[in-house]
Design a protein around this ligand. Structure first.
Ligand SMILES: Nc1ncnc2c1ncn2[C@@H]1O[C@H](COP(=O)(O)OP(=O)(O)OP(=O)(O)O)[C@@H](O)[C@H]1O
Length: 214
């Protein structure tokens, strides 16, 4: 279940954003991607998810996925927590979590929902509340639940701790640690290593679109 990226180049509007990126997220490992604002973290994560046009190679679980559509990658078990939460404010917590199940017509949605609630019992408590009634940190947990609904083989977390209060950051760290122990591959970006240093097995740094291993 390794993710292997080689010689990835991404330009947006003719401007090179990622340059010759090669890196690996080994099976069952948690890898950190550390870089300042604008370094290219989001662009790299979006490229893995299939949301940019790119040149280079992305291989997941032995299959070349660089030219596959985002929904195909989602079906392979790749899930993505965007930096902004993008919950639908007028839907309930449970409806937000179930959205990807409806979109992908998942038959085992109830079992997946149970697993998400057992991972984060606190969100089960406010399952019937509208998303707009939650704090930013609570919404982040719900967004993580929603990201885990379609697939749980490779989890891409884009700055999950950004703007989250300390108590909920600790809780988020705990939940991500549990996921790692369950064998998920995780790629987690952060602007510095404050929260991720205790979690990750390996760190890559990104600066102006260039990735280096540390
Ligand atoms: N749609 C776009 N159009 C033009 N430039 C873009 C676009 N998206 C990203 N960029 C540029 O690409 C570079 C990398 O942006 P990216 O969002 O990937 O960085 P980041 O490391 O995730 O930063 P942040 O922490 O601020 O989200 C930045 O210079 C940004 O201005």
């Amino acid at each position: 279940m390794t993710l292997a990226i080689s010689n990835l180049d991404v330009s947006i509007a003719g401007i090179p954003i990622l340059r010759d990126v090669s890196m690996e997220v080994p099976s069952g490992r948690m890898v950190g991607l550390i870089g300042r604002n604008g370094a290219g973290k989001t662009t790299l994560i979006r490229s893995i998810m299939g949301l940019t046009s790119l040149s280079g190679k992305i291989v997941f679980d032995g299959a070349s996925i660089g030219d596959k559509e985002a929904h195909h990658r989602a079906r392979m078990g790749i899930s993505y927590l965007p930096e902004d939460r993008r919950l639908i404010p007028t839907l309930t917590v449970e409806e937000n979590i179930l959205m990807p199940a409806w979109a992908n017509k998942l038959k085992d949605a109830p079992a997946r929902l149970d697993w998400i609630y057992s991972l984060m019992p606190e969100i089960a408590q406010y399952r019937d509340r509208k998303a707009l009634q939650l704090s930013g940190g609570q919404q982040k947990l719900v967004a993580l639940g929603r990201a885990l609904m379609p697939g749980r083989r490779l989890l891409l977390l884009d700055e999950p701790f950004e703007g989250v209060a300390p108590v909920l950051s600790r809780r988020l760290t705990e939940v991500i640690g549990t996921l790692r122990n369950e064998g998920l591959c995780v790629l987690l970006s952060e602007s510095d290593a404050t929260h991720s240093s205790d979690l990750v097995d390996q760190v890559f740094h990104i600066e102006r679109g260039v990735v280096t291993a540390h």
